[in-house]
Design a protein around this ligand. Sequence first.
Ligand code: FAD
Ligand code: NAP
Length: 315
Amino acid sequence: MIDCAIVGGGPAGLSAGLYATRGGLKNVVLYEPGLPGGQITQSSEIENYPGVFREEPPVTGMELMEQWQEQCFHFGLKHEMQKVERVRKEGDRFILTIEGADSVEAKTVIVCTGSVPKRAGFKGEEEFLGRGVSTCATCDGFFYKDKPVTVVGGGDTALEEAIYLSNICSDVYLVHRRDRFRAAPITVERAKAKSNIHFIYDSIVEEVYGDQMGVQGVKVRNRKSDKIEDLQTPGVFVFVGHNVNNEVLKDDNGGFICEMNAYGNAVVDLRMRTSVPGLYAAGDLRIDAPKQVVCAAGDGAIAALEAIAYVEENS
Ligand code: FAD
Ligand code: NAP
């Protein structure tokens, strides 16, 4: 039986893996279907993770997270490239249903499944996803070198990624549905200082159009005047928030195995304990998550320390 199963290999999961292995648990397995690192690997720069800073070129999310995996694996964390479908508790053990494989048993489980990018919901968004519509500037920005692009959204991600794209692309049209931003004021100021970022307020993307080759342009409607503007950009970057990955905590009756809030986040206490003994939730999945790498890492460490104590007490 696994001592500690960790579901999800973002900052919370990797940090939990580091603390659980160094803390003496013998069999610690990280379930992550992709490369470990989580959402931050999509980011072109991270400058608010303490102790890791480079002005030019900035540290990328990928660069940051590569070091985390190496450190974890060095201390004995095992990585299974598998998706966990469900977690349930039977007596004093947990059963993890693994996609395409046999179930596994664990003494304790730390769920760190984070979130995924939301869709804005405009016509052509799905059709052109990966062919002009993107949710990752680091991955796709270079395809639009010296070309104009559209960015959708008004949060930290949209503004930061618009700044990143402005250094590669000729022009960045930032389409936001309101006239005020959710992003941090300092980030908004930085974006405004870029002469090739053009702000289109109170507007939504109606449609992305193109052909077999990909996107040719974007139709943007002003919500106040109803005027349609045609932006002839071959790239459209959508940064409109995330959905919580909480499927793994669902039960067979459409509910959840532990207490959740109205937004689908796992309710935890300051020790990352869910309402089920031995089950922990960490990172963006939990209630009141600040959605920061440093906080997710802290959560993972707390959850692992609790898991160690739980295994000791229940062995
Ligand atoms: P995630 O990073 O979302 O990782 C969850 C992992 O779980 C994923 O790898 C996923 O594949 C895996 N998973 C999901 N379901 C399952 C399953 N069923 N079975 C197994 N594995 C599963 N934060 C900052 O502090 N500074 C920044 O500058 C910053 N910039 C950002 C820029 C962008 C573009 C984005 C998207 C986010 C940014 N953030 C930033 C936020 C930060 O990335 C997140 O808060 C952080 O990654 C959350 O970590 P996590 O471990 O909780 O979840
Ligand atoms: P977010 O803060 O939820 O912002 C989403 C933005 O998209 C909002 O401006 C929202 O508009 C807009 N939007 C939502 N649905 C839309 C739709 N259907 N059509 C058009 N626009 C839509 O998401 P985020 O920017 O991805 O950030 C997520 C979290 O990560 C936040 O907590 C953020 O602070 C954090 N983060 C932090 C950093 C950093 O600290 N450096 C960097 C990136 C992300 P409204 O404003 O009108 O709601």
